[in-house]
Design a protein around this ligand. Structure first.
Ligand SMILES: [Zn+2]
Length: 170
């Protein structure tokens, strides 16, 4: 289970690798959409908490979401930027990185949603009823809590590193 900072760092590493390999710098806007894409799939938590649904890791963690979101952003971005293609690809790449990291969990991801097979290195399975953060046993919640603390630590180290390299100013 990866939380916000883990996903942001994953997309940041992806962007850095791209910059190194392609010998190009990503624009400020492209970075924004890459990082946004890396956390966007977990916005389904908000839907679940507000509406009381159980949608976590369904449509927003699928190949369909990668494609549709990229296309929508591309079409929309045509009206306000000269690089709509880059921005569409950036958000799709961010979402793909999110799915890649979530794949390495027991729950896995329903990559071909609405098809209900969840892919995971620990074994693929059909899971019609999902356990979001607000469901599950006390032990599962305790584990999620510990992983959230690890995520905060990672985030602190990341921001600390960026500060140290003078990449961010306050
Ligand atoms: Zn996720």
């Amino acid at each position: 289970m990866t939380f916000a900072f883990g996903h942001l760092i994953g997309a940041w590493i992806l962007g850095k690798i791209y910059e190194k390999v392609a010998s190009k710098r990503l624009s400020h806007l492209t970075w924004g959409f890459l990082l946004l894409g890396s956390i966007l799939p977990d916005a389904d938590f908000m839907i679940d908490w507000i509406l009381g649904t159980n949608l976590h890791r369904t449509f927003s963690h699928s190949f369909l979401f990668v494609v549709v979101t990229g296309l929508l952003v591309y079409v929309f971005a045509k009206h306000f930027t000269k690089e709509p293609k880059k921005i569409g690809i950036a958000i799709s790449a961010g979402i793909s990185m999110h799915l890649f990291l979530d794949y390495f969990s027991v729950l896995g991801i329903a990559l071909f949603w609405p098809y209900q097979l969840y892919f995971s290195p620990f074994g693929n399975m059909y899971q019609p009823v999902l356990k979001g953060l607000t469901f599950g046993t006390l032990e599962e919640l305790k584990l999620a809590m510990k992983l959230a603390v690890v995520d905060m630590g990672l985030g602190t180290l990341w921001v600390g590193y960026l500060w140290f390299r003078k990449r961010i100013r306050f």
